[in-house]
Design a protein around this ligand. Structure first.
Ligand SMILES: [Zn+2]
Length: 296
C-alpha cells in the first residue's frame, strides 16, 4: 500500500498539524477482511494527526484511496445482516426526521448503501430510492433480499443528470480518504434546497476522550474523524447550511454485544432469546447532522 505524508490539513489546508494517536496497524499487512462492517477489533487504527485550526483528525501518512476502494469492492460481510433489526431501529429514527424536513415522496440517494436495509425502509416510508455501493457482494444481497438495484461503484462514478432531494451518508464519511472530494461530488447530485444527512463518529465526544485509544470507533476502516466543528466547516465549504444536529445513539441486540465480548457460538440455544433483547446503547459518540444545500 502506498502512503502519502501530508504536510497540511486536508480539510482547511492549515499547516498547524500535530500527532494525535500512534498507529497500531501495519499498513502493508491489511486486507479486505479488515474493512468488514462488523470488524470488532476496536482500537486498531492508522497513525492519526489532528489539525489545530479546524479540529479535523486524519490518517497521516494518508493511505492510498484506490487501494482502499479495491478492498471495499471485494468486501463480503455475512454478519452485517444479522443485525437487521437493530440497524432498522436506528434507521427508522433518521427516516422520521427526514420526513419532517423533506417533501413527501422525495427522491433519496443512499451513498454506501451496503445490503440496502436503510433504502428498503426509506422506500416503505414513501421515498423514491436509489443507492450507491462499491461491494459487489452487498449489491447482489440488496437485490436478492429487497429487490433493490444499487449502482455499483462510488458517488464520484455515479452518472450525472439525475439530482436528488435527499442524500444519506450514514457511517461513510469516516471511511473515505478524501471527504472534501466526496462532498464535492454529492453537491453535483443535489438540487438547491436538497437535504443531506450525515452520521459519523464524533472525535470530540466524551466517550472518545474517556475511552482513549480503546474507543470502539478506532478500526482499520476508519481513516478520519470529525467533530462538530470540523464537520460544520466541511459542510459550509461545500455550500451546505446545518439545519439540525443531534447525537446519534446506536441500538444493538444484547446478542451482538455479548458475541463481541464472549465466544458465543452461532446456533447456540442462547442466540434467539438474546437477539430479541434490544437495548439502546447511549454513548452519544456519533454526530447526526441534517444540512441543506444553499440556493445559489
Ligand atoms: Zn484543519
Amino acid at each position: 500500500m502506498k502512503l502519502t505524508p501530508l504536510l497540511r490539513c486536508p480539510l482547511c489546508q492549515g499547516g498547524r498539524i500535530s500527532p494525535f494517536r500512534k498507529g497500531t496497524i501495519d499498513p502493508q499487512a491489511i486486507s479486505s477482511a479488515d474493512f468488514r462492517i462488523t470488524d470488532s477489533r476496536y482500537g486498531s487504527r492508522w497513525a492519526l494527526d489532528s489539525c489545530r485550526d479546524c479540529g479535523f483528525v486524519f490518517a497521516n501518512p494518508l493511505p492510498d484511496g484506490e487501494a482502499i476502494a479495491g478492498f471495499y469492492s471485494a468486501l463480503a460481510d455475512e454478519e452485517y445482516s444479522q443485525e437487521d433489526e437493530g440497524r432498522g431501529r436506528n434507521f427508522s429514527l433518521i427516516l422520521e426526521r427526514l420526513r419532517c424536513l423533506a417533501p413527501a415522496g422525495a427522491s433519496l440517494l443512499d451513498v454506501g448503501a451496503a445490503s440496502g436495509i436503510f433504502l428498503n425502509l426509506a422506500r416503505g416510508a414513501g421515498f423514491q430510492v436509489a443507492g450507491v455501493e462499491p461491494s459487489a457482494a452487498l449489491v447482489a444481497e440488496a437485490e436478492s433480499r429487497y429487490g433493490l438495484k444499487l449502482f455499483r461503484g462510488t458517488a464520484e462514478q455515479y452518472p450525472t443528470g439525475e439530482t436528488f432531494q435527499v442524500v444519506a451518508l450514514l457511517d461513510v464519511l469516516e471511511h473515505v480518504t478524501d471527504p472534501a472530494a466526496l462532498l464535492g461530488s454529492l453537491a453535483r447530485l443535489m438540487a438547491p434546497g436538497a437535504l443531506l444527512v450525515v452520521v459519523t463518529p464524533d472525535i470530540a465526544s466524551l466517550a472518545a476522550r474517556v475511552m482513549g485509544g480503546r474507543w470502539w470507533h478506532y478500526r482499520v476502516a476508519h481513516v478520519n474523524f470529525f467533530s462538530r466543528r470540523s464537520l460544520t466547516r466541511l459542510l459550509a465549504d461545500h455550500g451546505f447550511t446545518i439545519v439540525q444536529t443531534r447525537r446519534f445513539a446506536w441500538h444493538f441486540s444484547l446478542h451482538y454485544l455479548l458475541s463481541r465480548l464472549l465466544p458465543l457460538r452461532r446456533g447456540s440455544p442462547l442466540q434467539k432469546p438474546l437477539e430479541r433483547l434490544h437495548l439502546k446503547l447511549q454513548l452519544f459518540d456519533s454526530l447526526e447532522v441534517y444540512a441543506r444545500k444553499e440556493q445559489r
